[in-house]
Design a protein around this ligand. Structure first.
Ligand code: ADE
Length: 229
């Protein structure tokens, strides 16, 4: 799966692609992440990509001219790939990401161009022209789409086959509509707090039942809304 990210802040992606599971997924060829600077496509003599909004108001809007050229460039790079290309725009207006959406995006076996806005966003005509899907990571406003795009890519990539040890996805939070049960590791005694007996009993059926009950208890406590669904 290929990701091409269009941004004004490429440097924000350096630690993302050089760390942990994402780094390993890239090394294993499971995915690739390329960043393209929208500013490279401006023809403005002062190198500007954003201008005040028509109709007035505060903030700046990224112009359709450099952005469309950046999108066309990215589309051209992907044109010989057999996979379909989808264009996403990170925006607080979009469909709000959750586990099911991450699964859907991960399973759709396509390549993604991800547009990161900054300031007041991008010219609306880009969204119409390129049939862009808007995606939000929550009901709050970030200064730009860069962090949001990393959240989206992370949640997609970890679900790609081979990115994470088989099995570790099976029981994590949200996979079965519940939050994950509490986890314990060495030492057995931490400041007088002991690991629950059942977990050291070696009795797999009891452990599974205990974990299921704990999952329900934790979900009731932190996210009762999930139990209503
Ligand atoms: N850009 C600014 N705020 C955002 C949000 N909540 N989700 C995705 N992209 C954004």
């Amino acid at each position: 799966m290929r990701f091409i990210v269009l941004t004004l802040f490429k440097e924000m992606f350096i630690p993302f692609v050089e760390t942990s599971i994402i780094k390993r997924a890239i090394e294993k060829g499971i995915c690739s992440i390329e960043t393209i600077d929208i500013r490279d496509f401006t023809e403005d003599k002062h190198n500007r990509v954003d201008f005040p909004p028509y109709g007035g108001g505060s903030g700046m809007v990224i112009s359709a001219e450099p952005l469309s050229k950046a999108i066309d460039y990215a589309l051209d790079k992907l044109k010989d790939d057999l996979k379909e290309t989808k264009i996403l725009y990170m925006s607080p207006r979009g469909r709000v990401l959750n586990y099911n959406i991450s699964k859907e995006l991960s399973a759709s076996d396509c390549n993604y161009i991800i547009i990161c806005g900054h300031y007041e966003g991008i010219d609306e005509r880009i969204i119409e022209e390129y049939n862009v899907e808007e995606l939000s990571i929550g009901d709050y406003v970030l200064t730009g789409g860069e962090l949001a795009s990393q959240v989206v890519m992370d949640s997609i990539i970890r679900l790609l086959p081979g990115a994470i040890t088989e099995g570790s996805l099976d029981e994590e939070s949200h996979t079965n509509g519940l939050l994950e049960y509490p986890q314990y590791t060495k030492p057995y005694d931490f400041r007088g707090r002991l690991v629950p007996d059942v977990l050291i009993s070696g009795h797999h059926k009891n452990i599974a039942e205990y974990r299921k009950q704990e999952s329900i208890r934790i979900t009731k406590k932190f996210r009762p809304d999930l139990l209503d669904k």
